[in-house]
Design a binder for this molecule. Structure first.
Ligand SMILES: Cc1ncc(COP(=O)(O)O)c(C=O)c1O
Length: 389
């Protein structure tokens, strides 16, 4: 008798949401840094958190602030943010509609999972910050990427077509990875496109303090026609050099914030009490620090552009905001291969395709790194590209 072979289903398998994220995700894991590598890959300020913020966290711990915070966040922090947002929106913002989140990541997650049902159409610019598509896939929605115009701003005709019947439009401003800033006119055009529709908007303004256009930054929530349909997503990570603290917030229409709060409370519970106490000090007393770091990014951006301008075969992006350059290169290779080759030359950057199919042919360089790293990194990039020709 031949032996009977019994097959068993695998004991442990991931949920289908994991497979959906893996299928949709363009995010690349940065390999472990080895030896002498200059990194222009990270969207991470190299500044220390302002000392008064760190001191506030110490003081909060010493005061025994080690218990659960209210689920929507510390009232004092939400009040301070409501005041700040009232100024930004030019309309009253109630602290009741602010949700403190575990960084921008959890804010975006709560907002997207709180409003996207399986099959819902979600429009995103292409390229854009790569987390949005992964979250939509997790929720079972369908991502519709809309390629940008040649100037890396929105192509409004394409956007108008794509937005038909969309549940949601998600974008960031200033933009990771392109470093451009959407103007008041563009945002007003978006409001006009959405007039009369039920499409919701998420405006991720993580880099709003880093606008170098010379005009005042326009938040989506300051635009009539967008404010009523927009969830505003913010983080302390970039403006205050607080990436490791994991704190951010959402504001928007009460029904959408209630939905996001339900998801956030289910996933995260409340945000660390001590961290919120420190965040309150950041809101109240760090304007000069924000301005100081912003001035440094302006200088670093200029250094990067000057160095890159001398590299043959690169077309630079406009330096409007955030801390990214998104040059187009002329070598006939996919950006992941170019990035791998550049790594072998000692410089880490990110492939444009990580941010969407239309990002192919570009590299993303961060000037959140210091001036020396920028100069040396671009020198290595020039050598690496020359070797590929
Ligand atoms: C556009 C954008 N939104 C949100 C985030 C996430 O920020 P956080 O560190 O607060 O999770 C990032 C981080 O790179 C980002 O670039």
């Amino acid at each position: 008798m031949p032996p009977t072979v019994t097959t068993h289903p695998p004991l442990f398998g991931p949920a289908t949401a994991v497979a959906r994220i893996e299928a949709a995700s363009r995010r690349t894991q940065q390999p472990q840094s080895k030896g002498d590598l200059v990194s222009l890959a990270m969207g991470e300020p190299d500044f220390d958190t302002p000392p008064q913020v760190t001191e506030a966290a110490h003081a909060s711990l010493r005061a025994g602030r080690t218990h659960y915070s209210p689920l929507r966040g510390e009232p004092a922090l939400r009040d301070a943010l409501a005041e700040k947002l009232t100024g930004i929106a030019g309309a009253p913002v109630s602290a009741a509609d602010i949700l403190i989140t575990q960084g921008g990541t959890a804010g975006l997650s709560a907002a997207i999972l709180g409003m996207v049902d399986p099959g819902d159409k979600v429009v995103v610019p292409d390229p854009t910050y790569s987390l949005y598509a992964d979250l939509v896939a997790m929720a079972g929605g369908t991502v519709v990427p809309v390629p940008l115009g040649p100037d890396l701003h929105w192509d409004l005709d394409r956007l108008a077509d794509a937005l038909t019947d969309a549940k949601l439009f998600v974008f960031c401003n200033p933009v990771n990875p392109t470093g451009i800033v959407h103007s008041r006119e563009e945002l007003t055009a978006l409001a006009d496109l959405l007039d009369g529709t039920a499409t919701i908007v998420i405006s991720d303004e993580a880099y709003s303090d880093l606008d170098y256009t010379g005009r005042p930054f326009t938040s989506a929530i300051s635009i009539d026609g967008l404010r009523e349909r927009t969830v505003y997503c913010q983080t302390f990570s970039k403006s205050y050099a607080m990436t490791g603290w994991r704190v951010g917030y959402l504001w928007g229409p009460p029904s959408l914030i209630d939905a996001a709060a339900r998801i956030h409370n289910t996933f995260n519970g409340s945000v660390n009490t001590v961290i919120q106490d420190a965040a309150l000090v950041a809101v109240r007393s760090c304007d000069e620090d924000v301005a100081r770091m912003r001035a440094a990014y302006v200088e670093r951006g200029e250094i990067m552009r000057r160095e890159l301008a001398a590299v043959p075969g690169l077309t630079l992006s406009a330096a409007e905001g955030a801390f990214y350059q998104f040059p187009r290169y002329d070598v006939d290779l996919p950006s992941v291969d170019v990035v791998a080759a550049l790594r072998a030359h000692g410089v880490a950057v990110r492939p444009g395709s990580e941010f969407g199919a239309a990002g192919e042919g570009h590299l993303r360089l961060s000037y959140a790194a210091g001036p020396q790293a920028i100069t040396e990194g671009v020198r290595r990039l020039a050598d690496g590209l020359a070797a590929l020709r």
